[in-house]
Design a protein around this ligand. Sequence first.
Ligand SMILES: [Ca+2]
Ligand SMILES: [Ca+2]
Length: 371
Amino acid sequence: MRRTGTILTALILAVLTISQATCQARDYSLQAVKITANAPVEITMPTSQEVKDPMYTTAAGEWKKLKVVKGKDGLSFSLPGDAIGSSLVLLAKPAWLTLPDTEPPVIEAVSVAGKAAQLVEGEVNVGHLDVTPASIMITAADKLNPIHPRETKVLLNGQLPDSFGGALKLQQSADGKHADLVITPGTLPPDKYTLRVEVADATPARNSTVALVIFNTAPLLRDGGFEELDDDGKLKYWSFGSWHSSEATKYKIELAKGEGRTGNALRFTGTSGRLNMVVGQPVDLLPGTTYVLSGYSKGDCNGGYASLIGKAVGDAKAQYDNTSSCRQADDWTPFSWEITPAENNKNYMIYLRSTSIGSVYFDDVTLSVKE
Ligand SMILES: [Ca+2]
Ligand SMILES: [Ca+2]
């Protein structure tokens, strides 16, 4: 190679890097060389270099045929003027590679624990699950090129599945253009999980697509018994508030320690003024599914009830549903309210609340899918 030492070094380094990144399982290896040059450059290689259908990318990213000539010093080529800047050179185009290809693979199907799930804009949230799904299967296809096994990557909450004792298995069709990815998540503590799957084709550009599969194995409602406190002695999962207070508003929202049906309870005490006491937490609900919010209440007024509030998606209306009220009772009395998150809503919140003068207690509150 005649030009300059720096170009020679850059060229060799690039060849090495890409060769090492080739796949062991299937031979979708490429010797693509990235050349960055601001002026016309002629590159000469030993005659032992394999050359077959050589191609290069223009600065605009278009693949074109490259002319390689045999001279007395070896094989050589000059990058044409439209490649000035940055160009990818492929000296030996493998038979399996189809160019140009700017399209990433398409995710054709997703199933979670054997149930089909629909991706919308690259994302599917299957909501609450009682147990970690035994497997998550993703079917991907690329129109023109094989899917690259080594460039197909899976992360669960940002970590490799094997860090949870899980695994990824990839099965490809004979031409490599179809792939089934089977992810076994392993042993996961109850929590909300996002599985990020990136599938790339085996072109030099590694066109890739990303799908997110979200599931939640944490209880639908956290700490409905009001027992889990943080280091400051505050409830871990619930937030307290008062809406639309007036100057005369006087109220108390407290953790009634040892006054629960079991352990602690939640107590609202309304004294005066405009009262709208709320204690809420975010809940991962699926639109259109009916849930049952049940628990126990008591108090010297009828003011206790619950609300389901959902944020609107797009032009949809935000959801704001109130349950009926629990009755005044000296002893713990069960309540059970059905709630249905509306379509085209997200970021649901459940609020236990009171708008009355007097006291209302809640304890042992649970949320479950209606059987
Ligand atoms: Ca493609
Ligand atoms: Ca309790």
